[in-house]
Design a protein around this ligand. Structure first.
Ligand SMILES: Nc1nc2c(ncn2[C@@H]2O[C@H](COP(=O)(O)OP(=O)(O)OP(=O)(O)O)[C@@H](O)[C@H]2O)c(=O)[nH]1
Ligand SMILES: [Mg+2]
Length: 326
């Protein structure tokens, strides 16, 4: 047992021991995993926790067959983004309008019961959006918490026809219960521990309805220092192009293109990397052995020197074209 585990770890461990259902046990284990400091001494314990999580998740799945599909959605494309919000906000309409999926849309609340993934195109990449059941007064079901915790980012869909600020408070309160922080909010001492911070984008929906401009301005005024805020009509398709761009921007990813010497770059098949990634990172994502074997690369783009030689720790920019030399 590695030393210097924080007290929260032991609280979570206690919850694990007293938990009755497999679901509650998984949640406690995931907390333990997230709290654990990152260093070599914890590797073994981490592996053990992951193993227990996998086993218990299987057990829970067997019991609740119907939820199976919603619980485990494999990540596809450049990133996975969960679409969340209160009932009737237009989450399903948005996923139906902007992806290839067709979730049910209806004028009554609690239409959606399962998670439904769809792929959104943005220029030459695909981003996965997942429609989810609405937040209510109850704590969210464990599998939804699991899904949200694992997503790369969140789209907070807010119905501009009905008190946007109260909706945002409901959404953030639920996220806090899940110990997920959004935006640049720093929690002070003594407050509940936040286990993970998520990138998030606030999407004011139903801008086609009358008198929704005020609500949008309120939302913007209150949150713009913390989170990006945008407005759309999911139903009419208004501003969905801007939304695609905003989602891409929120994700902090870049696209780089490879080329072979003397050939044209592969502009249809970008390598997607996190902002701040280096040539060595790009090489690794082409092939796992390339990181170690990379000698140098030539780069086009980033403005200045076309075809210039660069070293492995060179930081790449969106749109760079690279020629890897091994
Ligand atoms: N006017 C207008 N109505 C919309 C818009 N988007 C959705 N709606 C309507 O709002 C209602 C709810 O839409 P849904 O997409 O089912 O909402 P949801 O957030 O998925 O709801 P739950 O699944 O219950 O959480 C439906 O009647 C939609 O037609 C929009 O952009 N403008
Ligand atoms: Mg829905």
């Amino acid at each position: 047992m590695p030393a210097n585990l924080p007290p929260q770890y032991f609280e979570a461990e206690k919850r694990f021991r007293t938990a009755k259902s497999a679901e509650d046990k998984v949640m406690a284990l995931e907390e333990m995993l997230a709290i654990m400091p990152k260093h070599k001494g914890t590797d073994h314990l981490k592996a053990e926790l992951r193993h227990r999580i996998a086993k218990l998740t299987q057990e829970a799945e067997k019991k609740s067959g119907a939820k199976r599909a919603s619980m485990l959605i494999e990540k596809e494309g450049a990133a996975q983004v969960a679409v969340i919000g209160v009932p009737n906000a237009g989450k399903s309409q948005l996923v139906a309008s902007i992806t290839n999926a067709s979730p049910q849309v209806a004028g009554y609340p609690f239409t959606t019961h399962a998670a439904i993934p769809g792929m959104m195109e943005f220029e030459n990449i695909q981003i996965q959006l997942i429609d989810t059941p609405p937040f209510s007064e109850q704590p969210v079901e464990w599998w939804l918490r699991h899904l949200i915790t694992r997503a790369d980012a969140l789209l907070l869909v807010i119905d501009l026809t009905s008190d946007p600020l109260t909706q945002m408070e409901k959404v953030t309160a639920q996220l806090e219960q899940m110990r997920i922080g959004i935006g640049n909010r720093k929690l002070g001492e003594g407050e509940d521990i936040i286990l993970s911070y998520k990138k998030a984008l606030i999407v004011g929906n139903k801008i086609d309805e009358e008198n929704t401009g005020d609500g949008y301005l309120q939302l913007k005024k209150r949150y713009i220092r913390e989170l990006p805020v945008t407005s759309i009509s999911a139903k009419l398709g208004t501003s969905l192009e801007e939304l695609r761009h905003e989602v891409y921007r929120m994700l902090d990813i870049i696209r780089v293109y490879t080329k072979a010497p003397g050939q044209k770059p592969e502009l249809d098949t970008p390598i997607v990397l996190g902002k701040g990634s280096t040539l060595a990172d790009a090489a690794e994502s082409v092939h796992k052995d390339f990181r170690a074997n990379l000698k140098y690369a030539r780069i086009w783009g980033s403005g200045k020197h076309d075809g210039v030689m660069a070293k492995r720790n060179h930081i790449l920019q969106d749109g760079d074209i690279i020629e890897l030399h091994l």
